[in-house]
Design a protein around this ligand. Structure first.
Ligand SMILES: Nc1ncnc2c1ncn2[C@@H]1O[C@H](COP(=O)(O)OP(=O)(O)OP(=O)(O)O)[C@@H](O)[C@H]1O
Ligand SMILES: [Mg+2]
Length: 219
């Protein structure tokens, strides 16, 4: 059965696209069939793949307008794939992110442990409550949502921010975190997958492998 993972956070620059591309390239490398759907008009994921000669996972831009048409476009694109990763824009305006979340088996919310992101995440909590109210009316289960800590510095203040974000949203963060690692920027610079620019022994690679397996357990 294909699993759909939607990566979202209306805050810009938290690492949605980087995480989408990194997880996709790792799972591909591990022998899974993966496709990426890009719902962001900026088309960062689409351009990353188009301008790359080596990025191993296809990226298809699909702008969601209605749930039914988006769900069927994703199903068609996903034919035979193990995992579909859906990258989303940094906004909660319109229906794009709602629709992208409605088709997901798992919603991943990358967060930066930054105190100024607390308000944004509270707003995201409100968005989830609304989405779940809509789902309840349609007799659908609540969304399966996990925070993913990204660009984690080794500082006490950052740990306190993560605790605060979990407490305020009532959402659990996955135990495995991604540090602030230049390899992720190198991957973007080279339009590559992390696995192509980073040695298997590097901290970035190891963190990604640990995170990916925890995500699979959460599906
Ligand atoms: N773990 C990381 N360590 C260091 N840099 C990172 C990490 N993850 C992402 N970045 C960098 O942070 C910046 C923002 O990342 P990215 O574009 O993936 O965020 P985004 O949430 O998709 O942004 P947008 O909201 O504009 O779509 C990029 O320069 C990227 O290389
Ligand atoms: Mg992005």
């Amino acid at each position: 059965m294909t699993k759909v993972i939607t990566v979202c956070n209306q805050k810009g620059g938290v690492g949605k696209t980087t995480m989408t591309m990194s997880l996709a390239s790792l799972w591909h490398h591990q022998g899974k069939s993966v496709v990426i759907v890009d719902t962001d008009r900026q088309q960062s994921a689409t351009k990353w793949e188009q301008r790359s000669e080596t990025f191993p996972v296809p990226v298809t831009p699909i702008l969601p307008d209605q749930l039914k048409t988006f769900a069927s476009a994703v199903r068609k694109r996903a034919e035979g794939a193990d995992i579909v990763l859906v990258d989303t824009p940094p906004t909660l305006a319109g229906d794009t992110v709602t629709i992208a979340c409605f088709v997901a088996d798992l919603v991943l919310v990358p967060i930066k442990p930054d105190a100024l992101h607390i308000d944004a995440l509270e707003e995201f909590r409100g968005f989830l409550d609304e989405a779940n109210a809509k789902r309840a009316k349609l007799e659908m289960d609540p969304l399966n949502v996990r925070l993913v800590v990204n660009m984690m510095p080794n500082r006490k203040a950052a740990r306190l921010v993560v605790e605060k974000l979990e407490e305020l949203t009532g959402l659990a963060a996955l135990t495995n975190r991604i540090g602030d690692r230049s390899d992720f920027q190198l991957a973007a610079l080279n339009r590559a997958g992390l696995v192509e620019v980073s040695a298997a022994t590097s901290p970035a690679y190891k963190e990604l492998v640990a995170l990916a397996s925890e995500i699979e357990e959460s599906l």
